[in-house]
Design a protein around this ligand. Structure first.
Ligand code: APR
Length: 235
């Protein structure tokens, strides 16, 4: 059976009201990456980092999956060998019903103890204290996400690599494709012989290797893709 992989970024959740990182109105225009998304920034001021994460958790808690998330989930139900490899930490792909989801950069609803290493879901927002404390040992918790300068969770990159290499249709949606190692995946897919489609209103480094570019939003692009899949256009 032909394999479909969706490789997604913040642009897929933009229409759910969750800000992207780069570009106009992006988070990194207003906030400092080094203070909020690095191990050094966290070591310096864990309360500040947690307040920022708690704000984002609140926005995400109030957001709903959009048609792009939903159509990816529907295609998985209908087609079977379908995977979502996401850089997003918002969990909206699973909330939309996707089951084969690989979260490259962790999940904003997960916390990890800096003392005992335990990791668990904590859905409370606002949190009671900054930084929150481990329910097992009382140590300082951190968001269980991947920050700049940190490796991806064990095994995740290998799995993403393998899925990309063996995909037949590889859809890159809503990512600036600038952050490595994630940004390598479309190139791995292309080398492996996949038909690569990009859905993004803006040009990215993937545009020049894509077999097809949909210069539109994730929801519009996914509607078009869904219709074309039904017509047997790609597989
Ligand atoms: N539909 C599709 N794409 C969109 C939409 C939309 N409605 N709105 C914006 N975009 C596109 C932008 O053109 C841009 O290319 O989404 C992309 C968002 O890029 P980034 O903000 O850089 O997000 P992402 O690629 O996911 O970032 C990667 O950077 O800071 C880190 O860890 C963070 O996982 C994140 C990583």
């Amino acid at each position: 059976m032909a394999r479909i992989v969706f490789f997604t970024g913040a642009g897929v959740s933009a229409e759910s009201g969750i800000p992207t990182f780069r570009g106009k109105g992006g988070l990194w225009e207003r906030f400092k990456v080094e203070e909020l998304a690095t191990p050094e920034g966290f070591a310096k001021d864990p309360a500040k980092v947690w307040k920022w994460y708690d704000l984002r958790r609140k926005i995400i808690a109030e957001a709903q999956p959009n048609d792009a998330h939903k159509l990816m989930a529907l295609i998985e139900k209908e087609h079977g060998d379908v995977w979502v490899i996401t850089q997003n930490v918002d969990g909206l792909h699973r909330r939309a019903g996707s089951e084969n989801v690989l979260e490259l950069h962790g999940n904003i609803w997960k916390v990890r103890c800096t003392a005992c290493g335990i990791s668990y879901y904590e859905f409370k927002t606002p949190l009671e204290e900054y930084p929150p404390r481990c329910r097992e040992c009382g140590g300082i918790l951190r968001p269980d996400v991947v920050w700049f300068g940190e490796p991806l969770p064990p095994g995740v990159l290998e799995k993403a690599w393998e899925l990309s290499r063996t995909s037949d249709l590889f859809v890159v949606a809503g990512t600036s494709a600038l952050v490595y190692p994630a940004a390598q995946l479309p190139f791995i897919a292309k080398e492996g012989g996949a038909y690569v489609i990009e859905i993004n209103p803006e040009s990215t480094p993937v545009s020049r290797i894509a077999d097809e570019v949909m210069r539109t939003t994730a929801t519009e692009g996914m509607k078009l893709l869904y219709r074309r899949l039904k017509e047997g256009r790609y597989l």
